[in-house]
Design a protein around this ligand. Sequence first.
Ligand code: DON
Length: 309
Amino acid sequence: MGAILENALLYGKSFLSYGKVADYIPELAKADPSNLGICLMTKEGLMYPVGNWQVPFTMQSIAKTFSLILALQTAGYDKVFSKVGMEPTGDCFDSIVQLETKQLYPFNPMINAGAIVTVSCIECSDPFSEFLQLVKQLCFNDTVRLNEQVYLSEKHTGQRNRSIAYLLLSDHILEGDPEPILDSYFRMCSVEVNTQDLARFSLILANDGKDPVTGKQMVEDWIIRIVKTLMLTCGMYDESGEFAVKAGIPSKSGVGGGIIAAADQGMGIATYGPVLNKKGNSIGGIHMLEYLSRELNLHYFANKTDTAV
Ligand code: DON
């Protein structure tokens, strides 16, 4: 396993010159473009880390998986999916045009518009502190915290998300003042983690909500099924179809450079590499996951009687 991961890392590195670090959120531009790492966890509780797996980064859109879990837990299926759909968009993650031209409701909870609505559905007095609590629990790390600089940077430059929220308000999909909803959304995106934290979360996703080591059900399985399905169909934005064909692992990316992958055989994987491709996905991460999928036969629809693809 160690050698396969080292080779995945080398393969991923060979693509880094073809992308660039996100800079539309100024703080994110400070990331070191040479960083690349993976943390893989098996259901037996073994951990395989390689490269820059310990470097902290902000979750960004990976937060959309946690906020969806929290919305489904607190508000339930009917409320959440009366406000946001389940369809891939084929458009970029911060697209606004479909809200005017296709349908008023955001297409799915994995794009910015859908996540803002999902956050608005969370039923509790302090959505961000509940969110942080959930992240700590599912990452098994009590020290996870907000990166204040990234949060402020997002808040000050988030005019596009603000436009989306006010458009949703005018169409009565958001209820109440958009500013606190946006504030929670910006904070959630700015929570700092590393690949070990996210590999633990991916392990829970890969094992239907159960911690395979203790056997404890951490999240109800019906919620995990929804989250993983939307990760497979929408988690990599307008690259979701291609990634599903090539890697076939329910995954979610963030512009901070992270990707979580809930792999077959109950395996949790997280990758980090801040250099992104044109779709906003980590270019090294995508290629490393495609490599691992081939080498470890992780594609959900692979012929499981073959030893390798
Ligand atoms: O709202 C934003 O634009 C960012 N906080 C998150 C976007 C993101 O991570 C898209 N990812 N690939």
